[in-house]
Design a protein around this ligand. Structure first.
Ligand SMILES: [Zn+2]
Length: 264
């Protein structure tokens, strides 16, 4: 595990080509585990860290949203509180029966559902840290972020992503843009997306201009007669000049174009 601060660690794995993180945040009385990756086995280093460092702290697992790369390791935490946004348990069940080939089969241990849910916001005051779970729909209906007010650090789940966000909530563009504007109000100095490196606040603007730019360009192309699979809109046009995409994100961009075409 990589230690970010005295109380915060991240564990990075490769999830089908996407670098993906789980995190541990120790507050005075609690040990928060943010996301459970692709299988209970992926969480072994997290369990070791908890055994070594958590002491009497109560473990609280947070699922940032229902997608397989964030919840399939839930079975590593049987009997532990699992917290999520209120739409998450239903969406995990639906996700588990999808025929979408990009969704791997759920692990043999099963995927225990969240046991505690909330609507807009849930706050854990644990002096000197305060942990806010905030509903941030757009990538998915149930997306949430974890904001540490004391550390001024934001775990963004997939509400923010580097090098580009993945469109996954049908007709979610407007609500996502609204979410990004809300995130800009948070006094965060460091952002840790579930996919991508820890970064500064510029990530929020970068994602906003990608999302609005793609939808605008796809709408114009569709109006001009471009078919669903004929969109010639390279990702570079919507990203900063320094961004280089690997094959996984080139494909994510192509999928985003088609996703947007179906909505505009
Ligand atoms: Zn993800």
């Amino acid at each position: 595990m990589e230690q970010l601060t005295a109380d915060i660690w991240v564990h990075r794995i490769d999830a089908a080509g996407f670098p993906t993180v789980a995190a541990v945040v120790m507050t005075r009385t609690r040990a928060f585990v943010i996301d459970t990756l692709m299988s209970p086995q992926d969480m072994a280093p997290v369990l070791e860290l908890l055994a070594a460092r958590a002491g009497a702290r109560r473990t609280v697992v947070v699922n940032t949203h229902h997608h397989w790369d964030h919840v399939y390791g839930n079975a590593a935490f049987r009997g532990v509180d699992i917290v999520a946004q209120s739409a998450c348990p239903r969406l995990i069940l639906v996700h588990g029966t999808t025929t979408d080939e990009s969704v791997p089969l759920s692990p043999p241990e099963g995927v225990p559902l969240p046991t505690i849910t909330f609507g807009d916001r849930l706050t854990y005051s644990d002096e000197p840290e305060t942990v806010h779970l905030i509903h941030t729909p757009g990538h998915s209906e149930d997306s949430l972020v974890v904001f540490l007010a004391g550390a001024r650090l934001l775990f963004a789940g997939d509400s923010l992503e580097w090098p580009l966000p993945n469109f996954a909530q049908r007709d979610g563009k407007d609500v996502w843009i609204h979410t990004l504007r809300q995130l800009k109000q948070l006094p965060a100095d460091l952002i840790v997306p579930s996919h991508g490196p820890a970064m500064g606040r510029a990530l929020i603007d970068a994602n906003e201009s990608y999302i609005s730019g793609v939808y605008e360009a796809v709408a114009a192309a569709k109006k001009a007669g471009a078919g669903r699979n004929e969109l010639d809109l390279p990702a570079e046009a919507f990203l900063g000049a320094d961004v280089v995409l690997d094959d996984v994100y080139l494909e994510a961009h192509r999928t985003n174009l088609v996703w947007a075409w179906d909505e505009v």
